[in-house]
Write a protein that binds this ligand. Sequence first.
Ligand code: ADP
Ligand code: MG
Length: 702
Amino acid sequence: GSVMEKVLQRRSLQMRNMQRAWQESPEGNKMLDFRKSLPSFKEKERLLQAIARNQVIVISGETGCGKTTQLPQYILESEIESGRGAFCNIICTQPRRISAMAVSERVSAERGEPLGETVGYKVRLEGMKGKNTHLLFCTSGILLRRLLSDHNLNGVTHVFVDEIHERGMNEDFLLIVLKDLLPRRRDLRLILMSATLNAELFSNYFGGAPTIHIPGFTYPVQAHFLEDVLEMTGYKLTSLNQVDDYGQEKLWKTQRQLLPRKRKNQITALVEDALHKSNFENYSSRARDSLASWTADCIGFNLIEAVLCHICRKECPGAVLVFMTGWEDISCLRDQLKSHPLLGDPNRVLLLTCHGSMPTSEQKFIFEKAPPNIRKIVLATNMAEASITINDIVFVVDCGKAKETTYDALNNTPCLLPSWISQASARQRRGRAGRVQPGQCYHLYPRCVYEAFAEYQLPELLRTPLNSLCLQIKSLQVGSIGEFLSAALQPPEPLAVQNAVDFLKRIGALDEKENLTNLGKFLSMLPVDPKLGKMLVMGAIFRCFDPVLTIVSGLSVRDPFLLPQEKKNLAEIAKSRFSAKDYSDHMALVRAYEGWKDAEREGSGYEYCWRNFLSAQTLQAIHSLRKQFTFILRDAGLLDEDGGNNKLSHNQSLVRAVICSGLFPGITSVVHRETSMSFKTMDDGQVFLYAVSVQVIVSNQK
Ligand code: ADP
Ligand code: MG
C-alpha cells in the first residue's frame, strides 16, 4: 500500500507542476481567460464546496454555460492543485459517442495536453486513454457495462452523468444502478447535469439532493413561425408546384416529386387553413400527418433554401444553424445548395455539416469562425441542440422534426422515421441563436403546430417498445426485469412489462426462469423488434441469410415500392414484375433490392428506381440497415466468414419458412391473412408445418 501511495504522491506533484506551467504559459493564460468568461466559472467555488459536502448534487444550466467541459475539469484541477491529482478518477458520461470524443478533445486542448493523457475518452470499439488518465469521458453505455463487472466502481472518485434532461434510456438505467451503489460507496460523488430546469425530479429521486443552477446570459431571440417566414421570404405556398421546375433527375435525388399535384393542392389548402384559423388542435391526426409530411417532404428543402437566401441577402452577419432530421436529408440539402448561385458560392458561403457519424477531423471546422464576409451555414441534426455548442450562431432554421436519439449498440432501438419535436426542444433550438448577440429563429411550421407539440419529449424508457426494453435489461444482468424497472425514475406500467416478459418467453428469448437464452442474447444485440431479429438469426442458422436480411431490413424501414395515386396502375404493373412468380411481397422486395444493387454497380440506380416505381432513399436505408445487421451478427460470431450462411439462399421455400417462423407467435393471424396481399407466401400447409418445426428446433437449441 505505502509503496503505491508514494508512487501516486510523486505522480501528483508532477501533475501539479505541469498544470502550473501550462497555466502560466501565454497560451494557457489565454485559454484561462476564455474559460473564466463562461457562466459556470462564477459558480466554481460554490460547486466545489457542494460536491465536497454532498454525495449527490444536481446541476442545471443553459447549454453552453460550461457544464460538460468545465465542471469535471474544476474537480480535476483542484485535486491536482492540492497535490492529490493521481488519486482522483473522474468519469463523465455522454449520451452520444461523438460528444464524448469532441468534449474530451476540447478539455485536453484547454489543458494544453494531447488527448489520452490526463483526459481521455472511451466509446464502444474506440478509445484514447492511458495510465495517466484521470478524467474520462465515455458514453453512458460504456459506464453501464463497466458497472456490470465492477459492481463497486472501485477506484472511481467522481461520476458525472451529463445531459440527464434528455432522459435517454442508458441514463435512466445508470441512475437505477448508481442509486443502488451509493450506500456501498459512501466516498463516491455523483453529479447529475441537466440543460433544463427540471432538477427537482432528479433531486427527489435521490432523496432530496441539493440542486444548483448556473445562471446563464443569453440574448433575446426573435421567433418567426411559418406564417412570418412566408411573408418575409415572399415564398408562396402555391410554389409547392415549384418542385416541378427542378427537373426530373434532380427530383429523383431528393425524392420530392412523389406528391401528385392534386394532393399538393389539398395540402396547400390545409396549411393555409391552419395558418389562418389557428385551430390546429381540431384537426384529425390524419390531417396533422399530412401537414407534417408537407413540411418535411414536400417543399422543405426549397423553403429552407429561400430562408437561407433571405438571411444572406437581407440580414446582418452571423452564422446560421439549420436543424434537420438526419444524415440523408443533410446530404441531399447540401447537394441542392451546392448548385445554388449564391449559397453554393464558396467565396460567399461556407457550408458545413454536423451529424453523428462525422469524422473528428471534420468536427473542428464547425467551431471555427468563418473568414470575414463569408457566411457560415451549418446543417446539423439535433445533436447541435444541446450536446454541441457552436458559438457564433445568430440565425437558427428549425424544421421541427427529429429522429429520436439512437445510441450505441448496447441499447439499440432505432427510430427510423422522423417525428415532431417537443416544445422544449423547439425552445432549445431557438436559444442556440442568442449566444453572442440578439438572434433570429425561423421555425418552418405554423405557430399552431408548435402549440400542438408535446410540452416535453417522453423519456426514452417509456417510448421504447417494451419487448426490446426488457431484452436490454436482461442483457445488463441486473436480475428481475420487473424489480429493476420498478426502481426507475418513471417506471412503465407493471402489467405491460409482464406481458412483454411473457412474449419474450414465448418466442424463446427468455427461458422459464426469465434467463436470457442464446437466441435472446443475439436478439438483445440487434436494433430491431425481437420478432424480426429472430428471423435474422434463423436465416443465418438455416443458411439463407441474405434474402432474409433484405426482407427484415425492408420490414424495419418501410416498403420501397411507391404507389403514386396518379400512376397507380403503372406502379402496380411495375411491382407485379417482381412478384409475378409467386405473388410474394417479401420475395418481390428481395428481387427489387438485388436489381437495384446491380443497377447501382452500373451507375444507373436512379434510372432503375424511376422505371420500377421504387424509392431510392428507402432502398439506400435498407442497404445501410443490412450492413448494420451483418456487422452486429458477424461480431457476435453468428456468421461464417466463408459465406456458409448463404448456401441455401436460393431455396425460396426455406426463406419463406424462416420468415413465417419468425412471425410464429402470430402465425394464426398470418394464416388468416393468407388471402390478403402480404402473406400469399404460404402456398401450402407444408411450409407452415416446416415453419413450426423450425421454431421448435431453434427453441431447443438454447
Ligand atoms: P455545456 O455543457 O454547459 O453545454 P460546454 O462545456 O460544452 O457547455 O461548452 C462551454 C463552452 O465552451 C461553449 O459555449 C463553447 O464556447 C466552448 N467550447 C466547447 N467545445 C468547444 C470546442 N470544441 N471548440 C471551441 N470551443 C468550445
Ligand atoms: Mg454539455
